[in-house]
Design a protein around this ligand. Structure first.
Ligand code: IDP
Ligand code: MG
Length: 154
């Protein structure tokens, strides 16, 4: 099934929100295929945020993403990329709809709780960027028949 890459940003660790954010994904029915803590550096961030390197806020974004270790997750599920982006909400937490992670937990455009892959193709690239092959696990959730209809979980 489809995979997507989530980063719980440093502010999320500082503010004690890790459990609540992970809980939302599990309650939704997404499967955790990989999860670990890591310290990001300039190299991986310049690659990950390549579309933003020329923006004036990029140095601040780099510093923010290196402020503490982060938690990276690979979530798996049907249409996982689209589902997680909808749960994430708009980039600026102040504009994000209530009920979304950013809408419920944040007040900032930069300190916006999580990163989530924005396309199926980027999901594949980003999972490979942050996880070695042997850190992504293939297993069945016993609740899968109660989570999906038979035609949805192929
Ligand atoms: P996304 O995280 O919603 O996909 P992107 O445009 O890919 O948004 O930006 C990546 C990250 O860069 C954002 O999550 C946010 O932390 C930061 N960022 C984006 N735009 C701004 C801005 O205008 N000011 C400060 N930080 C920003
Ligand atoms: Mg993005």
């Amino acid at each position: 099934m489809e995979k997507t890459l989530i980063i719980l940003k440093p502010g999320t660790l500082q503010r004690g929100l890790v459990g609540q954010v992970v809980d939302r994904f599990q309650r939704k029915g997404l499967k955790i295929a990989g999860i670990k803590m890591m310290q990001l550096d300039d190299n991986i961030l310049r690659e990950h945020y390549a579309h933003l390197v020329d923006r004036p806020f990029f140095p601040t974004l780099l510093a923010s993403m290196k402020a503490t270790p982060v938690i990276v997750m690979c979530l798996e599920g049907k249409d996982a990329v689209e589902v997680v982006r909808a749960m994430t909400g708009a980039t600026n937490c102040r504009k994000a709809a209530p009920g979304t992670i950013r809408g419920d937990f944040g007040m900032s455009g930069q300190e916006n709780i999580i990163h989530a892959s924005d396309s199926v193709e980027n999901g594949q690239i980003e999972v490979k960027r942050f996880f070695a092959d042997n850190e992504i696990f293939s297993y069945s959730l016993l609740v899968q028949p109660a989570t999906y209809g038979p035609d949805e979980c192929l």
